[in-house]
Write a protein of this length. Structure first.
Length: 460
């Protein structure tokens, strides 16, 4: 995932009505200085709300009269229903001054990249101090839902800058905030960093990374991991789905470099056809530089079929699943087929500007096949609650390239999460509301809240 959020972030992934959204915004605004942005960029959609709409400008004004508000449902291509944005009167004034078209109801259209441009403008408006605070707050949110480790793809980098967007005033140094927090002993989650290449053909940045950095290197809290989730710049050409047409022509050479230097490689993907284009390249690379021991993986599969999974298995490669389609009309990931394929499989998220980073929303979808509206899409592709938990814990040790992650055993990392309810006894619809009452990382309590009375004794 990508840890930086603009403004003062509020997570809306468990909201079920517009009233829920407004309460969360009201509560967030009450605790921050007047004039500062309240934002929610991705990870939710009106599709999950009973009202099936965005809050209006008037409603947002009432919820946050002293702070500008920016709501952005998802970082999807223009035209996808999930890609919507809204603001209040204070936000409208600021955005209009920057050239963004805002409707009288506070709506910001996805046409001509207006919504994604607004998001970019908020990002570059932040100071390094804002980035540090936002990263700390986001880590606090993660530990509150029981996440103890982040496999970060690019730090604070703005990797999807819309055409015509102004450049940030400061140079792009995506890891400075994370390194500062590490030096100050303020990391509250374990972090493994990947290089998200943003340079030219064949990746000048990638070449330097492969030459001067070290794979899977660092201390228990902070270290490097893989080259990815892009090793060539993100293309601007889009396919029929509206998603970027990948891989780019220079991907083969870049992948060959990664394998030659014996690096792990994590590659962003989406639908089965895209994954197969990457697998085509991996098979060519494997003929020269075998990759079976390098833990290459496709990140956050949208869809996948059995023949493609068999190709990955033959290469010794793995794949992660994420709730990437939870908020879209695109269907559901075939979890059962993927888990039973025999490849290494782990669970994760993307950046939070696409889909929820809350793992319990994802567990809910994996065990029910339901999307954000509650519609069951593929009951034959569900997995058990225990299988879902294993994807987030012991299975992910393979993806971290470190057996100390994901399980309780002598010599392993002793990270502990105490949940607020019995995951294996609650109704399906309650899974999305699971949170942590106690999270311990690296021997330190990094989150504590709620009732610590054992579940079996409550009510006595």
């Amino acid at each position: 995932m990508h840890t930086f959020r603009p403004g003062y972030d509020v997570r809306l992934d468990t909201a079920t009505t517009v009233a829920d959204v407004l309460k969360l915004i009201r509560d967030r605004a009450a605790g921050i200085p007047p004039g500062k942005w309240v934002s929610s960029a991705g990870g939710w959609s009106p599709y999950q709300l009973a009202d099936k709409r965005m809050p209006t400008l008037a409603e947002l004004d009432a919820a946050s009269p002293n702070n500008p508000v920016f709501l952005y449902t998802a970082f999807w291509p223009a035209g996808v229903p999930a890609n919507q944005a809204a603001t209040n009167s204070l936000g409208k004034d600021w955005l209009t001054e920057k050239g963004i078209t805002v409707g009288p109801d506070g709506a910001i259209s996805s046409a001509k990249n207006q919504s994604s441009l607004a998001y970019h403008l908020l990002r570059i408006d932040g100071t390094p101090a804002d980035q540090k605070r936002a990263t700390q707050e986001f880590m606090a949110y993660l530990t509150s839902v029981g996440v103890t480790t982040v496999n970060d793809m690019g730090g604070a980098r703005d990797s999807l800058i819309p055409p015509g967007a102004p450049a940030a005033a400061a140079p792009d140094k995506p890891y400075d905030v994370i390194l500062d927090l590490w030096r100050e002993h303020k990391l509250t989650t374990r972090l493994r960093l990947n290089n998200l290449d943003g340079s030219g053909p064949l990746g000048g940045e990638l070449a330097a990374y492969l030459k001067y950095a070290f794979p899977n290197f660092g201390d228990p809290l902070l270290g490097t991991l893989c080259a990815g989730e892009f090793i060539t710049p993100l293309p601007t050409v889009r396919g029929k789905s509206g998603m970027p047409e990948i891989p780019t022509p220079d991907y083969s050479g870049a992948a060959m470099q990664v394998a030659e230097h014996r690096w792990c490689h994590a590659q962003h993907t989406d639908f089965t056809a895209t994954s197969n284009r990457f697998i085509d390249v991996w098979e060519q690379v494997n003929a020269t530089y075998p990759i079976a021991d390098l833990h290459w993986r496709l990140e956050h599969l949208f869809t996948m079929d059995a023949p493609s999974l068999a190709r990955l298995k033959k290469l010794g490669a793995g794949a992660t699943v994420a709730p990437i389609m939870y908020l879209t009309p695109w269907g559901v990931t075939p979890y059962r087929t993927i888990v039973e394929s025999g490849i290494p499989v782990g669970a994760a998220s993307d950046g939070g500007n696409f889909e929820p980073v809350n793992p319990w929303v994802h567990v809910y979808q994996m065990v029910t096949s339901k999307d954000a509206s509650g519609k069951a899409l593929a009951p034959d592709q569900t997995i058990s609650r225990l299988e879902a938990v294993k994807l987030y814990t012991v299975n992910n040790a393979w993806f971290m390239m470190d057996s100390r992650f994901g399980s309780m055993a002598p010599g392993n990392f002793g990270d502990v999460v105490v949940l607020d309810r019995d995951l294996f006894a609650i109704p399906d619809d309650d899974i999305r509301n699971v949170s942590s009452v106690l999270t311990i990382v690296d021997g330190k309590v990094v989150h504590r809240s709620g009732d610590m009375t054992p579940v079996a004794r409550r009510g006595r």
